[in-house]
Design a protein around this ligand. Structure first.
Ligand code: FMN
Length: 206
């Protein structure tokens, strides 16, 4: 059983046999974002061999199909960073039972030009925090639907519904509750397990 009360993933012992780079997107550009604190907390609790690296979205212009023939550099850099990562984590706030527009805009860039979705086949975990008990869960369900449309390999469990209470995450990402730190670590471990399981098999040269 995990903190979401449902299915705990089976994580083989010592699954981490190599170095993994996990990209993450924070779906908030607020200077006081609690989801950014959560992202920093994930960075802090990542197991040895796993490096978390932010892929920023704040400088992306609004997406329009007018860009399809000539993507701005900031957008190609964004797409390449997703494609180069072994796996992805999206840390999202809930806005009105969905995700913030800035995050949807970034995901629109990731999905275009048509046929070149950067999340295609990408192991991806979804997490988020909100002050209210259910808010982040509602937002994350929308996000999961979008990612599945891109054919991302969306991690089913654990579900990262974190209720933000005052002092739970310090500004530098320190998690003040060991149970929460352990739960966050288990999400990264489950994602890395998914990365390892879905890595293309190496075919020996003929
Ligand atoms: C446009 C908008 C809509 C929101 N809708 C909800 C909501 O429906 N339920 C809720 O609990 N919080 C809602 N919030 C509050 C956010 O979840 C809260 O501000 C949270 O701290 C945002 O995450 P951040 O601090 O990482 O930016 C909303 C905030 C905004 C700006």
């Amino acid at each position: 059983m995990n903190a979401s009360g449902l299915f705990a993933p089976v994580i083989p012992e010592r699954i981490i046999v190599t170095e993994y780079t996990i990209g993450y997107i924070v779906g908030s550009i607020s200077s006081t974002s609690i989801n950014r604190r959560l992202a920093k907390a994930l960075e802090k609790v990542a197991p040895e061999g796993v490096t978390l690296k932010e892929i920023p979205i704040k400088d992306l212009p609004f997406y329009s199909p007018d860009h399809d023939g000539n993507f701005p550099e900031v957008a190609t850099t964004f797409k390449t960073a997703i494609e180069d990562a072994d796996g992805m984590i999206i840390v999202t706030p809930e806005y009105s039972r969905s995700i913030p527009g800035v995050l949807k805009n970034a995901l629109d860039w990731s999905a275009r030009p048509y046929g070149e979705a950067s999340f295609n086949d990408k192991p991806t975990a979804v997490v988020g925090t909100s002050q209210g008990g259910i808010a982040t869960a509602a937002g994350q369900q929308h996000l999961r639907a979008v990612l599945l449309h891109y054919n991302a390999l969306v991690l089913g469990q654990p579900e990262g519904y974190i209720q933000s209470t005052p002092g739970l995450f310090e500004e530098d990402g320190t998690v003040t509750d060991e149970g929460t730190a352990e739960f966050l670590r288990s999400i990264i471990e489950a994602l890395v397990t998914l990365v390892a399981r879905t890595a293309p098999a190496e075919v020996p040269a003929a």
